[in-house]
Ligand binder design. Sequence first.
Ligand SMILES: Nc1ncnc2c1ncn2[C@@H]1O[C@H](COP(=O)(O)OP(=O)(O)OP(=O)(O)O)[C@@H](O)[C@H]1O
Ligand SMILES: [Mg+2]
Length: 468
Amino acid sequence: MDSVGMVISSDGSEIDILVKSELIELGTILRISGSYGIVAHMFYKEDEKIGSKQRLIARVQIFGRLSNGSLVRIKKPIEPYTEVFLADKEELEGILSSKPKISIGRVYGSRARAFLNPAEYDRHLAILASTGAGKSYAAANLIKEFSSLGLPIIVIDTHGEYPGLLSSCVDDSTVIDIHTVKHPKQGYRELKIPVSELSADDFSHFTYMNENQRSALDLILDRLSGREFLLQDIIKECDNVDNKVIHEETANALKRRMMSLERTFRNVFDRLGTDIRGMVKPHQITIIDASYAPQGVRQAVVSYIAKELLQGRIRRENEMENSIEFPLLLVVEEAHNYCNPGISHSCKYQLQRIASEGRKFGIGLCVISQKPSKIDEGILSQCNTGIYMHITNPNDKDHIRKSFESINDEIIKDMDSLDVGECIIAGAMNRIPFFICEVDRIEIKKDSRKKFDFRIPERVEVGGFGYV
Ligand SMILES: Nc1ncnc2c1ncn2[C@@H]1O[C@H](COP(=O)(O)OP(=O)(O)OP(=O)(O)O)[C@@H](O)[C@H]1O
Ligand SMILES: [Mg+2]
């Protein structure tokens, strides 16, 4: 194999090479005398060592040398004037391989599969990019790979796109179970929240209540506890309260709030609710299609599911009844709607809990968003693997830089130059500090209608007038 460059300066794990081949680009992985590194920056330079003409230089971040199949850090700088080679397919796959391993695409500019270590799923992931960059396709590839290993997956699908994406890429051994929220759809089950499981605090996240109304609701829930009840039962109780205990005006105001909730959450609140434990099964992907539900209902659903999943796993750890037997991955699309620092809905607190405690109980969280700056910093900083696609917004980049340890300025700069379907993967699931991956394309089985595919309406002439 021909050399593609030559080391001209070397400082610890950062080296500059004189580029001698068109094949070197941002993200190219190179071999330099037994060590491997990635092109993190490219620029032109004039220097007496390389001649008086401006020459193209690549700054390479060395991530180590291979020793007995694993990468070890280099202890002294690489010698100047060393020849540089492209890492070939076998070398790349060897560097990235782990046991077990998954892959969502190819290493940029090569035929090598971009392997990731799935065992790190419970240290959480974030998929962040501008709209249309390919987040959902990348997430669908990841979900397919995790579920091929058997890991149960729950997807909060805000746009109803995952049934199509996943049914086009998973194999026959994977079960896809779809639940709609608020609107029934033929062939799908409906997700229900059991009213009798909610506390007065939970209710205050669905509707505004003042302190008096909240304590009145507490008393009513206390009275109803021990049996399954519906919102109508709470409404009826508002009429039956002892006015010496709950002031008549408070009871009436609470009743009005409950009646408004009844309207918003019609078809969602139920006596028994959906058994969330039943959703967590190996080789099963459960999609919660919330595309028809209003925002408040979606938040309530995320809050309820996240709470049930964590409690079920905690019960399992403590060998209690009603536990969730298997570890799992919770995927949250449009996560900025649920963990925006500006909201005080319980869905944010439940996701924060999973981000900080989930690992202990085998729950991984994957947040997906086109507005990284609208995601709670605490949650992002718990995501140890970052999949970044095309991002240009400086606020979003700044927020990412602050939230992730594994990210450096070179990666941030590269985010502008990524095309649709290309991503930078950095962090725990990656054996090297970062690489650029071309995510596998998914051919969706059901052909969606093309934009501007309209037919001209036929005109009929009747009595000299044209009708459509
Ligand atoms: N890996 C890929 N290879 C080729 N084309 C892709 C790839 N991923 C996505 N695309 C194309 O880009 C389009 C947008 O992808 P996707 O829906 O995943 O973007 P997104 O970032 O999730 O967008 P949104 O912010 O609207 O949710 C897809 O319809 C598809 O045509
Ligand atoms: Mg999307």
